[in-house]
Design a protein around this ligand. Structure first.
Ligand code: 13P
Length: 342
């Protein structure tokens, strides 16, 4: 393992004012996103849509450090024959790849899931490296509900995350370690805090057992946040204060950066939360974004599958990327959103 190189890439992924574009929707997930804008999910449409994002020169060169790709995309070529990976590199961003193969029900744990994809991962990582990937992503999913999560689900998922991370580092690829506690229920922020604390403690214990170098990884967590269906959802200030407290108690300062998932928050909510955390300041790691939906909902709508909307889609993407860039420095203001709308 070349730790200096892994550390260099990890730092570049969380460079000041930059964050990660999660464009790694599986074919099933991107179909759902396309259904919402009435676009058929064909290979060409998926390519055209992602090509539009990667050709957003301003967003990609100023605000985006890296892009997480889905397997299909890392092999795809733009309309003019340029590999999509090259478009990302030409903009100065780093190509990354989702390597987990989704979730399956976890035996003996009703309602809980385990992320799969470890078999043959070492060989797949080699091919992705040759294709230009310098970081990877693996997402574990933990749900909050009656009697869950169980220790078995938390432990098994943490173990798999650490197995994946160790394999990545062996292949000179920086692992994004993503243990996501879902915000789907009606639970309050304190329950989310407790479950996330449990999940992060277990994850870092497993990373330690499996000798993963913390300097050569990025953590992608959820925030401490109320469930979507909760009554009296916590304020922006409370989310920021509790998330920072939670992470300080669980994430060693050797980790170069933390890049949040948006997890179903609205675009502006995700930006406001990140901004409020960075305003607290005095943090031992970089705090930035690795958003999927919160970066793409606006450009998807603006584009709506029409070539003539390419510029509008790129403008919407650039705006969200810029807002999140400001938030990663604690410099965002709500009225910057209004100016855009005016
Ligand atoms: P969201 O920001 O839409 O949660 O997606 C991020 C991601 O990569 C989930 O795995």
């Amino acid at each position: 393992m070349n730790l200096a190189e892994l550390n260099r890439i990890a730092n570049a992924m969380v460079a000041p004012g930059k964050g990660i574009l999660a464009a790694d929707e599986s074919s099933g997930t991107i179909k759902k996103r396309f259904d919402a804008i009435k676009v058929e999910s064909t290979e060409d449409n998926r390519r055209d849509y992602r090509e539009m994002l990667f050709r957003s020169r301003e967003a990609m060169s100023k605000y985006i450090s890296g892009v997480i790709l889905y397997d299909e995309t890392i092999w795809q070529k733009a309309k003019d024959g340029t590999p999509l990976v090259k478009l990302i590199e030409q903009a100065g961003a780093i190509p990354g790849i989702k390597v987990d193969e989704g979730t399956q029900p976890l035996p003996n744990c009703p309602g809980e899931l385990i992320t799969v994809g470890l078999d043959k991962l070492a060989e797949r990582l080699k091919k992705y490296y040759e294709q230009g990937a310098r970081f990877a992503k693996w997402r574990a999913v933990i749900d909050i509900g009656k009697g869950i999560p169980s220790y078995a689900a938390v432990h098994t998922n943490a173990h798999a995350l650490a197995r994946y991370a160790a394999l990545c580092q062996q292949a000179e690829i920086v692992p994004i370690v993503e243990p996501e506690v879902l915000m789907d229920g009606d639970h309050g922020i304190d329950q989310c805090f407790e479950v996330t604390e449990f999940v992060l403690k277990e994850t870092f214990q497993e990373l330690y057992y499996q000798k993963v170098a913390l300097e050569g990884m990025i953590l992608k967590p959820n925030m401490a946040i109320s469930g979507k269906k909760a009554q009296n959802r916590a304020s922006v200030e409370e989310v920021a204060e509790k998330t920072v407290r939670l992470l300080k108690g669980c994430v060693p300062p050797a980790v170069p950066g933390i890049a949040f998932l948006s997890g179903g928050q609205s675009d502006e909510e995700a930006t406001a939360h990140l901004d409020a955390m960075n305003r607290i300041g005095g943090l031992p790691w970089k705090l930035t974004f690795s958003y999927g939906r919160a970066l793409q909902a606006a450009p998807q709508k603006a584009w709506s599958g029409k070539t003539e909307n390419t510029a509008a889609g790129q403008q919407a993407f650039t705006h969200r990327a810029q807002m999140n860039s400001l938030a990663s420095k604690g410099e965002w203001k709500a009225d910057l959103e209004k100016k855009k709308a005016a």
